[in-house]
Each structure stands twice: as structure tokens, then as C-alpha cells.
Ligand binder design. Structure first.
Ligand code: GRF
Length: 227
């Protein structure tokens, strides 16, 4: 667990660009936590899908909201070049993937080495890829969760920074487990942003360092360490 005292002073909020493709409940958790003092500034929200809920949430919170529809580009490099150009305009400290359903190529990932994080709804290294909740239930797992990790060019394969766990209950379906996992993610992801804003978690070298030492295993967010 991350040592929580003394409380560090944050002189500048962490400037983040959020990339998403859907509903944006994770984005909403950032907005809510920012309003209650999380030292972040969401400088822009970008979606690769038009008219999604996440863009509406950004607009409601008066955050610049952009859509870059990947379908309008001839190939991945051209799409990613446009994405990079827009992101770099905002000069963020960190790029936060929050339900961004598009694989990012090497060109993009290399450009943001040590500045690009994702959340994946599984206890990595288990269940990379899609359909994680159903796969965990079908495998008879008793525990599930979500992981925040640095993004590398291997899908869901970068160093895991932090995880939160929850039990799989008898009678859970993929839908109920998805919903309960999302509730946990809304605690975990803002908390990781706080650690980065407070510079207790440093990602710049590509090896996550926490409280001055390389992270040997993911930080597990315990229920009593939220907030
Ligand atoms: C989250 O469950 C996240 O783990 C996954 O996509 C979902 C995004 O949900 N990568 P929302 O769009 O923020 O509601």
C-alpha cells in the first residue's frame, strides 16, 4: 500500500487528456473527484467514436471535447498521427485511456512512453483482451478486479501499477460483474491519478516507481485506503 503521510503539497495540478470510446463513467469519476479536490486538470477529452456519452459528460463539465472518428482515416498511422497532433496541442503531463476501445500502435505508444496509462477490467496478467468478466465467471474464479497499467505496444501487457479486487458472487452474470467492477474502477483510477499528481508514483522511466523505489508488484487498493 502507498504510504499516505505526510500529505504532499501539489503546486500544479496534473494535466491530463482522457481518451475514451463510450459512456464515460470513468471520466465522470475523475470530474467528481476533481471537484472535491483531486489535483488534476482535465485539459481535453477525445473520443474515437462520435456522439458517445463520454463527450456529453465532458461538455457538461465545460471540458474541451473532441471526436476523431478512426473510420474516417485510411489507416492506423494516419489516425494516430491526427490523435497525437491534437493531444500535443494541450501539452498534457499524462494521457489517460478510460474505456478507449482502439488498439494503439507502436508509433503512438513510443511517442508517449511513460506518460500513457490504461485501466483493464481484469486482474492482469489474467484475461488480457475482451470479455474479461464472462471469462472469469466461466473459469470458476472466485475473485475478479481491475488493473491500471502503463501502456506498451503489447496489448494489456505493460507493467501493472495498481489493482482493486472484488469477489465473484454466486449468481453473478457478466453484466452484474461488469457493473460491480466499474464501481471499483471509479475508486481505483482517480486514486492512481492522485498518486501521480503527488509525484509519489513516477512513470517517466517506463518502470513505475512508488515512494522512491521501483514497484515490485502492483499496489493493491484496499477498501480503507480509498479517498
Ligand atoms: C471500463 O470498465 C474499463 O475498464 C474498460 O472500459 C470501461 C469504460 O467504461 N476499459 P466507461 O465508458 O468509463 O463507462
Amino acid at each position: 500500500m502507498v504510504n499516505r503521510s505526510p500529505i504532499p503539497v501539489v503546486d500544479m495540478p496534473l494535466k491530463i487528456v482522457v481518451l475514451l470510446s463510450g459512456e464515460g463513467t470513468l471520466l465522470q469519476s475523475f470530474i467528481n473527484r476533481q471537484q472535491s479536490g483531486l489535483p488534476i486538470e482535465i485539459v481535453a477529452v477525445i473520443s474515437n467514436r462520435p456522439n458517445v456519452g463520454g463527450l456529453a459528460r465532458a461538455q457538461k463539465a465545460e471540458i474541451p471535447a473532441h471526436e476523431i472518428d478512426h473510420k474516417l482515416f485510411p489507416d492506423r498511422p494516419t489516425f494516430e498521427a491526427a490523435l497525437i497532433k491534437l493531444i500535443d496541442f494541450y501539452k498534457p503531463d499524462l494521457i489517460v485511456l478510460a474505456g478507449f476501445m482502439r488498439i494503439l500502435g507502436e508509433q503512438f505508444v513510443d511517442h508517449y512512453q511513460g506518460k500513457l496509462i490504461n485501466i483493464h477490467p481484469a486482474l492482469l496478467p489474467k484475461y488480457k483482451g475482451l470479455d474479461t468478466h464472462r471469462r472469469a465467471i466461466e473459469a470458476g474464479d472466485t475473485e475478479h478486479g481491475s488493473s491500471v497499467h502503463l501502456v506498451t505496444s503489447e496489448l494489456d501487457g505493460g507493467p501493472v501499477i495498481a489493482q482493486i479486487k472484488l469477489p465473484i458472487l454466486p449468481g453473478d452474470t457478466a453484466e452484474t460483474l461488469t457493473e460491480r467492477t466499474k464501481q471499483k474502477e471509479h475508486l481505483l483510477y482517480p486514486e492512481v491519478l492522485r498518486w501521480i499528481a503527488e509525484k509519489r508514483l513516477v512513470l517517466a522511466t517506463g518502470t513505475p516507481c512508488c515512494d522512491g523505489a521501483p514497484l515490485k508488484s502492483p499496489v493493491i487498493l484496499e477498501p480503507d485506503s480509498e479517498g
